[in-house]
Write a protein of this length. Structure first.
Lengths: 206, 206
DNA sequence: ACTTTTTCTTGCACTTCTTGCATATTTGCA
DNA sequence: TGCAAATATGCAAGAAGTGCAAGAAAAAGT
């Protein structure tokens, strides 16, 4: 019954979980490396699996599809956006909540790795499609978060429009980042929101 | 050298072209029918090809991919939008140009077939991804058209933002159409634009 | 009318992604 | 240690997509 020194590393909740995380990370890293090196279509799953030291079957066990290896690197974004928006004062106008929340998150994602990833996605049609699909999930979650924060119905039109606009500008900012990697997406995003307010503010002539 | 009565149907520019159009249309029709009946993933290319009376190889010769069979039914939309926007008075505010142009096009697409197609796409993850990707093409073309109409630079921020907003609202309107097939997407689109103006008009408190 | 040339169709082989299933192998726990 | 659960792997099969070359059909030239 010697329970002493059962775990040398107290934060790891078991060898199994740790190995799983390591394998996951190894597939991600090797996958991204090979995709950038040889193109997403140029690198096969067998190559990635071999580089990660697992069988192809196991790789697909971890990721479900080739695309998922790429998108898993962005998997945290939706939740981060939701949190950033939820942290805003609830008396703030909808559009400001969105602008502020997205700017917070964008600032945290200006890493070289993320730039590489963004480049890869924009170079690959198949990944672009998947990327846009993921953004729709973001939009949905964002709209819902806004509605909760404001105490409105989950399908409130204003919240959905605000979320849609936020995501649209986020996409544009991503493209702008690729064009000007030294600036980061934030500046463009701010400008886009400013332009939007100016544009929508002016009423059409009667 | 009797060239008399060479062609009974003068408007057909050759048997080859006509057959091509017929085959194209037959694959579209049978494809859509089978996809709706058995699901996009439930129907194989072999089945569609057989139903259309061609080989699988020929089908892929016409369409390039399974998805293209579906999206070819929406292929005219980008051009229609560009035309509708280009037909607007050029002194109109950007947002009004977009709203008006999109409403024109939307009105022309409220057919039962298009509703079926929209349903199919929204039921199928793979098609949703492709759909969003196509919308990006629309957005790009729309932004460019706006810039030309206004005599601005092709990458003008205001035009890009206006285009992005228009496409976002178009997507939302499509979803609203699925939820309320009796109304059509127009009403929701109008409301969304109104909400947007109201939202963006109110300046944040200093 | 006949031949030539061009275009289209088809079959075949091949690669790759993806899934299902059965079978080891490893890890956690009593 | 020994049993149960989770994990890894191999194998088989299905389906999408691509390249190639032979065959069929239409158009053009003579």
């Amino acid at each position: 019954m010697q329970e002493v020194q059962e775990k040398v590393f107290p934060d790891e909740q078991g060898l199994r979980a740790r190995k799983r995380q390591e394998t996951h990370a190894r597939i991600q890293a090797e996958g991204l490396r090979l995709f950038i090196e040889k193109g997403f279509d140029g690198a096969t799953l067998d190559e990635v699996a071999a580089a990660a030291g697992v069988s192809r079957r196991t790789l697909l066990n971890y990721f479900g599809s080739k695309e998922e290896i790429v998108f898993s690197l962005k998997a945290q974004i939706p939740e981060m956006i939701a949190q950033a928006v939820a942290a805003r004062p609830c008396d703030e106008p909808l559009l400001d909540m969105v602008e502020g929340g997205l700017a917070d998150v964008a600032a945290r994602f200006q890493t070289p790795d993320m730039l590489d990833l963004t480049r890869l996605i924009h170079q690959t049609p198949a990944l672009q499609a998947g990327d846009h699909a993921k953004y729709e999930g973001v939009e949905r979650l964002l709209a819902q978060t806004l509605a909760e924060r404001k105490g409105l119905a989950p399908d409130d039109v204003a919240c959905r429009v605000a979320a849609a606009i936020g995501v649209s500008i986020m996409k544009l900012a991503g493209e702008a980042w690729l064009a000007h990697p030294d600036e980061g997406p934030e500046r463009f995003g701010r400008e886009a929101f400013a332009v939007l307010r100016r544009m929508a503010g002016q009423r059409p002539p009667p």
